[in-house]
Write a protein that binds this ligand. Sequence first.
Ligand SMILES: Cc1cc2nc3c(=O)[nH]c(=O)nc-3n(C[C@H](O)[C@H](O)[C@H](O)COP(=O)(O)OP(=O)(O)OC[C@H]3O[C@@H](n4cnc5c(N)ncnc54)[C@H](O)[C@@H]3O)c2cc1C
Length: 378
Amino acid sequence: MAGALLALLLRHHGAGRVVLVENHPLSLPESPPFTPSFDARSTALSAGTLSVLGDLGLADAIREHAAAIDTVHVSRQSRLGITRISAHEEGVDQLGAVVENRWLGFVLLGALFADKSIQVRAPETLSSICRVEGGYQVSLAGGEVLETPLLVAADGARSKTREWLGISAREHDTGHDALIANVSLAAGHEGIAYERFLNDGPMALLPLPDQRMALVWTGPREQVDRWVALENSEVLAQLQARCPAGAPRLSSIGERQRYPLVLTEACAQVVPYGVVVGNAAHTLHPVAGQGFNLAVRDLLALAQTVGGNSDPGSLVTLQAYAQKREKDQAMISQASRWVPELFRLQHPLFAHSRQLGLVAMDILPGLRSGFAKRAMGL
Ligand SMILES: Cc1cc2nc3c(=O)[nH]c(=O)nc-3n(C[C@H](O)[C@H](O)[C@H](O)COP(=O)(O)OP(=O)(O)OC[C@H]3O[C@@H](n4cnc5c(N)ncnc54)[C@H](O)[C@@H]3O)c2cc1C
């Protein structure tokens, strides 16, 4: 997701030639692809991300199979205090949209293959890199050798390229997994995204087209083992019991998949002639659907900084990019790490402040609006 979008943004911002290396087969898609990045998940795209996709001329295609988020409903299981953030109150058409990753991939790859200055090497993998004057020499497993003034590691949380660039990463295994599935509803969801803090961990139900919602249900691994083993009817009953009052009736559930929640943070974002982006730079807790949206803000800033630059890999240029992105990255990474922890703590003091937090958000429009603007990436 990050690599494909960056290639398009780099071209949009003046880069002459981009080579994208992906170790799974990619071709001009006739139907939505299925690769580790464009998989069974859905992604909540913020208003900011939709605007970036709009600048590339892709927002309408995305919207063909996306559901608008008109309201975000945040609540805590068996506690007082909810807050609602609405597009109407924020003065925007929609807070964001939810799209299945496979459709996002279909649209991004279509645009990628339409641009002859983006050369795709897939299936292909990097076998080694070597620092040369003014950049990197990159050897591919198939025997090709490329030279580049800027090498971007967009190869996921366990990035080999990041390691080769000499950038270490901090890992925090939360001991939790995310269970994801699509659920069908007995009636419409009215564009409401539910964010529910349960005793086990947060759960999100995001609106999808055709009276469906995308479920992200997180909990300790042994608990997720039990959810995976349940019959569909049992898992639906357990889910419904955890939904807030007024949430739609869930009628069926599709295939369930799980993702380990291991949070990763690169210790540096840039080195001379090298940069890390997407999951290779920061892998976040999916609690508020911020991982890709944060990556998109990075990718846009990077493309704007290096796109038309004759020396895109110079450390001064790359440090300017890293500095520009530092505050947003730190804030979103910290929040995505600590919010789930805070909601899990059982001490009455924390329970009280959580409740106060949600109640305060509900009654103080300024606080709610500030939070909404951050979440929308505006
Ligand atoms: C359950 C869940 C729900 C989420 N929901 C949201 C959401 O609603 N909103 C949001 O903003 N974010 C969300 N995220 C985060 C989002 O999924 C990530 O930000 C996104 O996957 C980042 O993608 P990426 O391209 O950086 O990395 P990846 O998706 O890991 O892609 C890395 C790519 O590199 C390729 N690769 C790996 N090694 C090599 C190699 N050696 N050579 C060549 N290619 C290689 C892989 O095949 C893959 O295609 C969610 C995450 C999870 C786990």
